[in-house]
Design a protein around this ligand. Structure first.
Ligand SMILES: [Zn+2]
Length: 251
């Protein structure tokens, strides 16, 4: 059951990456730089499994596929989202950082937008878990975890960008349009495929879509499907991700 859930999330991830025109090679096809996954379970001695990315190898702790475990962790960590798909998206953010930013001319504008990733990671991790995120972090970061280190800020922003484009892609494929009678309700009629849309266009459609998504969920007595508000500084970071993805797709 856990493997099935993990594969389902993995395939959705790979679908979105290919829709965006990103070149994803497996480790078999490209032994140096290809992408590889391993799904591991803690052993009987309780040695934990860290979900993470290491040079193209993405590791997921299969406990994340256990709803009760994941939901408990999500609540304890005060995360609005904690999903298998979110983990996959986040970890590929680290993978594509190495591919598209690390050793390229984009490192300078990246540092301007996200900060200097050369700062000590372990010290940043310790600080984050001892002190928590800085006050008013929502004004500059997409999540509390993103405040930890510029690498995590990139990966969290990347994951959020994939949330947005995949949801918009689904809305387009369903032919979803919003044409309310009342003038104050948001409208949505643009059906441009996400891979052809510019960033401002995506953002213009994102707000009406999440408005209706949350309204529908509230009608069902469910929590908001999209419990975020994006500050201008966060939108600028998402724009940076969009540019990097669009440039990589053109190449
Ligand atoms: Zn990370």
């Amino acid at each position: 059951m856990y493997w099935y859930r993990l594969e389902q999330a993995k395939r959705r991830l790979l679908y979105t990456l290919s829709e965006l025109g990103l070149d994803v090679k497996s480790r078999q096809a490209d032994p140096e730089r290809g992408l590889e996954f391993q799904f591991l379970e803690a052993d009987s001695q309780g040695h934990g499994v860290m979900t993470g990315h290491n040079n193209g190898l993405i590791t997921l702790n299969i406990a994340e596929a256990d709803d009760a475990h994941r939901e408990k962790t999500r609540t304890a960590m005060h995360e609005p989202y904690r999903t298998l798909l979110g983990h996959f998206r986040h970890e590929t953010g680290h993978y594509f950082f190495d591919r598209l930013i690390g050793d390229t001319a984009r490192i300078a504008p990246y540092r301007t937008a996200f900060g200097d990733e050369q700062q000590d990671y372990q010290a940043a991790l310790d600080r984050h878990y001892n002190e928590g995120p800085p006050p008013n972090w929502e004004e500059n970061f997409v999540s509390a975890y993103a405040t930890m280190h510029p690498w995590e800020d990139w990966a969290e922003t990347w994951a959020h960008y994939l949330h947005i484009v995949d949801t918009l892609d689904t809305a387009v494929s369903c032919g979803l349009a919003l044409v309310p009678d009342t003038p104050n309700e948001p409208t949505l009629t643009d059906q441009t495929p996400v891979e052809d849309a510019d960033f401002d266009d995506l953002m213009k459609r994102w707000f009406p879509l999440t408005y209706v998504l949350n309204s529908l969920n509230r009608s069902l007595g469910q929590p908001d499907g999209y419990p975020f508000t994006l500050a201008p500084a966060v939108i600028d970071k998402l724009r940076f991700v969009h540019r990097v993805v669009a440039a990589a797709a053109r190449r």
